[in-house]
Ligand binder design. Sequence first.
Ligand SMILES: Cc1ncc(COP(=O)(O)O)c(C=O)c1O
Length: 384
Amino acid sequence: MNTYKRFPINFVEGKGSYLWDDMGTKFLDFTSGIATCNLGHVPENVMQAVQHQLSRLWHTSNLFPIENQEKLANLLTSQSCLDQAFFCNSGAEANEAAIKLVRAYSKAKKGNNPVIAAFSQSFHGRTMATVSATGQEKIRAGFEPLLEGFIHFPFNDLNALGRIKDAAPAAVMLELIQGEGGVIPAKQEWIDELVKVCKEEDILLVVDEVQTGMGRTGTLFAYEQYCFEPDIVTLAKGLGSGFPIGAMLAKEAVATAFQPGSHGSTFGGNPLASAAGLATVKELTTSTVLENAITASESLYTILLKLQSRFPFIKSIRGKGLLIGIEIEGEAGNIIDSAQQENLLLVSAGPQVVRLLPPLTITKDEIEDFEEKFSIALERYMEA
Ligand SMILES: Cc1ncc(COP(=O)(O)O)c(C=O)c1O
């Protein structure tokens, strides 16, 4: 169906930070499949794990224990402040699971409160519940009636915290860096106060780490950098290095509101998907890839600040780790087109933000390649 506006480039092969099209042209990929191929394309360890599993067993269903799924759950919970995991197939599904868990928990506590506070410019997915949670009119419009029980508040606004308190929601749901909404990082001061309100008022904190998780911001989870403990965290994108898998992690006291039959998924965490997830998280937690992401981020910021002084149409540079937004005057799409002419792939985050999402494995030479290509692309944009 006509749901995507696609660029006419047919990619047939990928390795690390590069993709090749069917004409043999090599592209530097600063999209990582929209924050998904965090270890680069076809990472060796994940490929081997998936190939090994591919020759043994693909699928049984969640009627039976799945060894890889249990190992992945143990690894994710040992690396986070969360205790239990539910597996699904995408970010929207992970958020659906979180919304259901909030409602189940509230009911079990006799609160019967289905209200979730979410934020303007947020993005939580394309299913009916996650569209209802999303705070962007362009995503919601035309799909009414939306699901009841979501109230939206301004993001990063200390003055709105009193209103959140008055609304007495069962949970607050947020991205710590709004990705699709324009790469907008939450301010530490605002998070500190929001967390305080949630603690005082017994409101659950649900953090959507579908885009920010799996090392994208320089730590395995972005919440680690904000110094608080969420009750629920959702993951997808980078979790399987491009193999579809999502997860919802929760604190035990919350997770136990789900009982057998409360929720489920045929494919969720199947042996193949879990093999991809397990190998990915092992790599992220035992190699130097996160350190590389931090160093690469510093180098990119130095380059971008230099470019900003050369190109006055660059209004701001923001983000964390390797989730970087370049706010420009004009159309981000024109810069993306110009970059494609240099065989550099970029993605937007709203109409005026160019988003950089290189793999966390990006090397020094590849960053130099980026600088060269991006400078030419910006020059062409300025002259046009
Ligand atoms: C923060 C966030 N949540 C949820 C989603 C939805 O994920 P999916 O497309 O896997 O359903 C996305 C996708 O961009 C996202 O960035």
